[in-house]
Design a protein around this ligand. Structure first.
Ligand SMILES: Cc1ncc(COP(=O)(O)O)c(C=O)c1O
Length: 358
């Protein structure tokens, strides 16, 4: 075996050992009135070593590059991410002794930059959110490195058949529940990789589970899915970190998405505060978007007299957002009114009714 192949073999072993050291993430029950006959579960991805659902993706992208021959002992790794993915990729790059650079918009929060640097990564700044892709490509070429490119490869690097992917883990953990095959799975989309994994998994395993994707304000996914126009773009950055994109990313697979909902940002943030108050789970904004979407679908099931289970994700922890989503001054500065959305959700959890207007 060549030195390079021996290094790759060792590197794969390190990543597999990390997977072996990690316990599976919990599946929590969100308290709903028992008489509804509906169970809501939260898959808690915030407990991964790097604090988000991106721990799985980063490991898959590194493995994909290693077994594909693109990553070797001196490869500089480059990504376009200001968030969770960069934190997780930096963690694995350091584990393999590789340099990691992520291209981020200059507007990225100091907290996120600190997290990436703490994990061993370096940030390279661009002025406009849409410049990150080309700059990451340029930087990788300039350094003779490898552009991990989560937006293109997320849907390819993850094994949708099983192999302990997030969907497999959820279905394993539901096996002893009264509704082991969920009616709905609700997720957001950043790369689109998570929704693609769930969508393919339920079709491959022939479950009649449907996948719903929630989208924040200003994101391109909802209108693109509704109209079928993949070229649709808004050019706008999302205020809900991790989800919502200014363009339709390559890893978004609309043909495995059964339903989409646009969720107001103020509602996403009101929902994570409700989650904290009712369960003591602190979560990031994209979890609130998920929860608001799940409530809508449960209201629909109740109205139709359906029983069953619904699963959604806690995508990352709330500590990262103490200075934003959990800060009333930040909320006010961004002109958001949380109270009407909170009142609607509290009323829904009391009565089961979901009023269209807030
Ligand atoms: C916090 C958070 N939630 C949700 C997502 C969406 O996941 P995906 O990229 O698989 O669509 C991301 C993606 O970066 C994220 O960071």
């Amino acid at each position: 075996m060549t030195d390079r192949r021996a290094w790759v073999s060792h590197a794969v072993g390190l990543l597999e050992a990390d997977a072996n050291r990690s316990a599976d993430t919990h599946l929590h029950v969100f308290p709903l009135p028992p008489e509804w006959g509906i169970d809501l579960y939260l898959k808690d991805e915030s407990v991964h070593p790097t604090g988000s659902l991106k721990h799985r993706l980063a490991r898959s992208l590194l493995l994909y590059g290693l077994v594909g021959g693109q990553i070797g002992p001196d490869t500089v790794l480059v990504e376009a991410s200001s968030g969770s993915t960069a934190v997780s990729e930096a963690y694995f790059a350091r584990m393999l002794g590789l340099e990691f650079i992520t291209v981020v918009p200059r507007s990225t929060s100091p907290e996120k930059i600190e997290l990436i640097e703490f994990a061993g990564g370096r940030c390279h700044f661009v002025d406009e959110p849409l410049e990150v892709y080309a700059e990451a490509e340029r930087l990788a070429a300039e350094r003779g490195g490898h552009y991990l490119d989560q937006f293109t490869y997320a849907e390819r690097a993850t094994d949708w058949r099983g192999n302990n992917n997030i969907a497999d883990s959820v279905f394993q953990q539901l096996r002893r529940e009264r509704f082991p095959v969920p009616t709905w799975i609700v997720v957001g989309a950043g790369t689109g990789g998570t929704s693609a994994t769930f969508g393919r998994y339920v079709r491959y395993h022939r479950h009649d589970t449907r996948v719903a994707v929630v989208d924040p304000e200003g994101s391109a996914f909802f209108d693109a899915w509704r109209t079928g126009d993949r070229a649709y773009a808004t050019g706008r950055a999302s205020r809900i970190e991790g989800i919502g994109r200014p363009r339709v990313e390559a890893s978004f697979v609309p043909t495995v998405v059964d339903e989409m909902m646009r969720i107001p940002d103020a509602e996403s943030i009101a929902a994570i505060r409700l989650l904290r108050d009712r369960t003591l789970h602190w979560a990031g904004g994209s979890t609130g978007t998920n929860l608001a979407g799940a409530f809508r679908l449960i209201a629909g099931m109740l109205a139709r007299g359906e029983r069953g289970s619904v699963v959604t994700l806690i995508c990352d922890g709330g500590a990262r957002y103490a200075g934003t989503y959990y800060d009333d001054a930040w909320i006010a500065a961004h002109g958001m009114q949380l109270a009407p959305y909170r009142a609607r959700m509290d009323r829904f959890l009391e009565t089961g009714e979901w009023s269209d207007d807030v």
